[in-house]
Ligand binder design. Structure first.
Ligand code: ADP
Ligand code: ZN
Length: 721
């Protein structure tokens, strides 16, 4: 190649051509540095014919500066990048940016300095130094990390470095990871598990694309089952990616992985330190990192030799990214399997309707685990009709649920109360004048967080301290909390059963992997009687002594205009119910609702999953909703309300008229103000046959908007706010 076309990250310019200087070798996928004006940019060499641009004559080309010391992005990954950009109507550079997720990694191997205790004593012992010496036994890390570990200031540790108590160690950032051992501790699988695992192993060995839906009830041992094809891929020297929905889930997962394979996997998520990120990225691209467990962003990592993809809890909404490139990691994972030519396993106890439909139509192979592992039975589900069985005044738990909680406490068993609402109360108002605390940046109430003494907006993060008097009428002692959040439920439990040990589990209290791990350990060691939590507790946890699950308000998810509300509610309830009775003792679930007749609730009470999916399928078919029809959203926003409205009108006014497409809106979004931006939405509902992406591109491509206007396209949207 003596010229090269670059995909780069300068949004204002199209693809750029460069001369490849003598002696430099590049190929499609090479990551290079090129001059642009007085600056240098990073770019990826791309096939010219796949990235059209005006051709520049040879003599006008500037020369590439250098090729970065990392393997070129493979063709399989380049095709995935193109597909993702095309399908989600995103810029190809925005997708490629997710691949180059570590700037440092591109710069090649490097070392850094860490510190450890040298064995020398400090000249003078202070209480702080004593604490540090005690806490840092056997540790080695950067000064900043050690300071955090020991809970002392960095200054204290620098003092110890100067006295030779802490010694520097030069470490290779690229030091290798320990390889998981496929034969470390092989479990005895049940007959059902073995049958499913064998089918997976066969698919891994075939080295071909094969999408699977692993449809197994909660507690059936889906993880143990897909660990076997994972081991098979390892034996073949291939890499494996396991996508998980939440960081909170990974701690428990990591331990199980280590029990099975003798060492933890390589972890990838958004809060990695930059050195960890860099080390992982390089090991993944060299093929040295064998198993990667990560959040959705791990999907775009440059694996050298992938052999299997697993998406665990594949129904989870958090696989859908709602800013930047609005992709669904579950769907893109299947496409990655397709391009790489490897099997993909989507595992869930409550698959998305879309996934079930794919299985139904024979595109995915469905494998079932119909019963819980080790003879545990599925829990009994009972309904508490809140219009008849009312909680006491000012309380939220009905007498029957309270009674059951007390019984569990007496028997030394654990209970779980689920309410998908962080904080103490979702709304605070003035009893005197009716004033309500609202976010200045969003159409949302401020949520009271009593533990941190804050009123906060869950959309933009705006926070204030609750004032003593009403800011509107000035009256003292007149502010009242309306409705419950988990903090309030935890208070109620403490009032009803003062001797109970209550754990509050929300993203506020479990905001680090360490805290998540500590919680899991406490629950397993039976140091917790009642867990009160948000959707964080619906997933993945396995506590054998947990025998009662109470759903505080099943109607919460059914409110609002979310087109998938019923499915999501069903999944959430079924998952949280799935935490009960996973050990030898049977579990019971009590669901509080004002609408026992709603099909979702009725199906849960009857334990009739098929009935729910059948009813929901019919409803979706009638509405032309996914998977029978297609949705796409256009979200127009601006800090200037008139400008947003005008742009939305302009889009609405030029809507195409097509037989198989219906376009609704523009209308103010349910969150008409979000993070200081005014928002309008259009919803496109099309037949499956319609080329929605092309229609949108043609339509919006002809329009120009003022600088301050943002137009976002959301293909297969999950959020409708
Ligand atoms: P699921 O993800 O399907 O809800 P899990 O994978 O969490 O279920 O499995 C439930 C529990 O049963 C876990 O504690 C798991 O370790 C255990 N388990 C499942 N299968 C086996 C097996 N074959 N041998 C030993 N323990 C198993
Ligand atoms: Zn806000």
């Amino acid at each position: 190649m003596n010229r090269a076309r670059l995909l780069h990250f300068n949004a204002a310019l199209g693809p750029l051509d460069y001369k490849v200087p003598a002696g430099m070798r590049v190929e499609p996928g090479s990551i290079v540095v090129a001059p642009l004006g007085p600056r240098q940019i990073i770019g990826i060499v791309w096939e010219e014919e796949r990235l059209p641009s005006d051709s520049v004559p040879d003599h006008k080309l500037r020369a590439l500066i250098e090729v970065l010391p990392v393997p070129p992005l493979r063709a399989e990954l380049r095709r995935l990048i193109e597909w993702t950009a095309d399908y989600y109507c995103a810029r190809i550079a925005s997708v490629a940016r997710m691949v180059l997720a570590s700037g440092g990694a591109l710069r090649g191997p490097s070392t850094m300095v860490e510190y450890r205790l040298s064995g020398n004593e400090p000249e003078r012992m202070t209480p702080q130094r004593a604490v540090a010496l005690d806490a840092l036994q056997g540790e080695q890390a950067t000064i900043r990390e050690l300071a955090e570990l020991a809970s002392v200031s960095e200054g204290v540790l620098r003092g110890l470095v100067n006295q030779g108590v802490l010694e520097p160690v030069e470490v290779d950032i690229d030091r290798p990871y320990i390889k998981p051992d496929p034969d470390f501790a092989q479990p005895d699988l049940s007959a059902d598990q073995q049958r499913v695992a064998d089918r997976f192993i066969e698919a891994v060995q075939a080295e071909k694309f094969a999408p699977f839906l692993l449809d197994g009830v909660t507690g059936s041992g889906k993880t143990e089952t897909y660990f076997e094809p994972l081991a098979a891929a390892l034996r073949m020297g291939r890499q494996v990616l396991v996508l998980l929905p939440e960081i909170a889930l990974t701690e428990a997962f990591l331990r199980r992985f280590e029990d099975r394979f003798g060492t933890p996997p390589v972890v990838w998520h958004s809060s990695l330190k930059s050195t960890e990120r860099r080390r992982a990225w390089r090991a993944i691209s060299s093929g040295e990192a064998k198993v990667v467990v990560g959040a959705r962003s791990a999907l775009f990592l440059p694996f050298a030799r992938l052999g299997l993809l697993v998406v665990d809890e594949a129904h989870e909404v958090s696989f859908k990214q709602d800013d930047g490139v609005r992709y669904n990691a579950r769907d893109v994972a299947v496409m990655r399997g397709h391009f790489e030519g490897v099997p993909v396993i989507l595992a869930s106890a409550t698959p998305a309707l879309e996934s079930l439909q794919m299985a139904e139509s024979g595109i995915y192979e469905r494998l079932e685990l119909p019963s819980r592992f080790g003879g545990a039975t599925m829990p009994d589900v009972g309904i508490i009709n809140l219009t008849e069985e009312k909680p006491e005044r000012g309380r939220w738990l009905a007498p029957r649920l309270v009674e059951q909680l007390k019984q569990r406490l007496e028997r030394g068993e654990q209970s779980l109360l689920f309410l998908n609402r962080r904080g103490y109360a979702p709304l605070t108002l003035c009893r005197h004048c009716g004033f309500r605390f609202q976010c200045p940046n969003c159409s949302a109430w401020l949520v009271e967080h009593r533990l941190s003494n804050r009123l906060s907006c869950h959309h933009c993060g705006h926070e204030t301290t609750p004032p003593p008097n009403c800011p509107e009428c000035g009256e003292p002692d007149c502010l009242v909390a309306c409705g419950p959040g988990v903090e309030r439920i935890a208070d109620e439990v403490a009032e009803i059963m003062p001797e109970a040990r209550v754990a509050l589990v929300t993203s506020d209290t479990l905001n680090s992997p360490e805290k998540a791990a500590a919680f899991v350990r406490q629950a397993e060691d039976r140091m917790i009687d009642v867990i009160v939590g948000t959707q964080l507790v619906t997933k993945g946890f396995h506590f054998p002594e947990l025998t009662l699950v109470g759903v505080v308000d099943a109607d919460l998810g059914l409110e609002g205009g979310d087109l998938r509300a019923a499915e999501r509610t069903y999944q959430q309830m079924a998952q949280v119910a799935g935490r009960a009775g996973r050990g030898t003792k049977p579990g019971e679930v009590l669901i509080q609702t004002r609408h026992p007749e709603a099909p979702v609730i009725a199906a849960l009470a009857a334990g009739d999953r098929d009935a729910f999916y059948a009813a929901e399928t019919d409803a979706r078919r009638d509405a032309g909703a996914p998977p029978f029809g297609r949705w796409a959203a256009i979200i127009v926003s601006s800090e200037d309300e008139a400008e947003a409205k005008e742009a939305a009108r302009a889009i609405g006014g030029t809507r195409p008229s097509l037989p198989d497409v219906m376009i609704l809106g523009p209308a103010p979004a349910p969150m008409s103000l979000l993070r200081g931006r005014y928002r309008y939405r259009l919803l496109i509902n099309a037949r499956r046959s319609a080329q929605v992406q092309n229609i949108i591109r043609d339509w919006l491509g002809t329009l120009d908007f003022p600088q301050g206007v943002r137009v976002a396209i959301d293909i297969d949207p999950y959020s409708f706010v």
